[in-house]
Design a protein around this ligand. Structure first.
Ligand SMILES: Cc1cc2nc3c(=O)[nH]c(=O)nc-3n(C[C@H](O)[C@H](O)[C@H](O)COP(=O)(O)O)c2cc1C
Length: 200
């Protein structure tokens, strides 16, 4: 991961019908269905570089990544199952841990906003969300499917501590990555008539 040359002009965007058509069918996977193959180490590095190339007000980079390989996720899901039992979590909540344990690769995106900065915390958190979305795009561009998941263990203080998430930080999402053996079904999309206001 080398620092970029800040004096080099970047090419202007050019129309890409391939990118447009890919974006038009972009779709998250069901995390439970993500199977091998997953990204290689070089592809993970590429995903992180592209994920980090995300707008953020003030160049604060108010987020960080935790790359969770299969072994760490098995151990974490076992620890979360024990924690969940002590908290009387529902069977559905315990079963949701399979989404964490099974995919070939998971990248945890942690929002790390600076409190009291002139850039509002909300904007810093939005940047972490943009990182998650860019990671999904990068995974898709490499030919993988991805799923952005939070679930109960993203909000429970004892659970987030197991992932090394510290005070003042929060989980923006677990980006699970792998391959699907069957295509996803389409998902309802909003009627833009109800979502768009156009002013002259
Ligand atoms: C911030 C965020 C959190 C999510 N958390 C969960 C979750 O906890 N469990 C889950 O099944 N899906 C979760 N999802 C995924 C959505 O339920 C849904 O699968 C996804 O947004 C599908 O969108 P797409 O097909 O347009 O990619 C989450 C999505 C986002 C953006």
């Amino acid at each position: 991961m080398s620092p970029s040359d800040l004096s080099a002009p970047l090419p202007l965007p050019v129309r890409s019908d391939e990118l447009l058509s890919r974006l038009a069918i972009r779709r998250s996977a069901s995390a439970q269905l993500l199977a091998q193959p997953g990204p290689s180490d070089a592809e993970v590095e590429q995903m992180l570089l592209l994920g980090a190339r995300t707008p953020d007000h003030g160049k604060l980079f108010p987020w960080r990544f935790v790359v969770l390989g299969p072994q760490s996720r098995i151990e974490l899901s076992e620890a979360l199952a024990v924690l969940g039992e002590t908290q009387n979590r529902t069977g559905k909540e315990i079963a949701s841990l399979a989404k964490l344990a099974n995919p070939p690769l998971t990248i945890l995106v942690v929002s790390t906003p600076i409190e009291g900065h002139k850039v509002p915390v909300w904007e810093q958190q939005l940047s972490a969300g943009a990182v998650c979305m860019n990671l999904e795009h990068a995974a898709n561009a490499l030919g993988y499917s991805a799923s952005w998941i939070t679930d109960w263990y993203s909000y429970d203080p004892a659970a987030v501590a197991l992932f090394g998430v510290e005070d003042g930080e929060s989980i923006a999402g677990f980006i699970h990555v792998g391959s699907l053996t069957e295509p996803s079904l389409e998902r309802p999309r909003p009627n833009l008539e109800h979502k768009v206001t156009v002013r002259p």
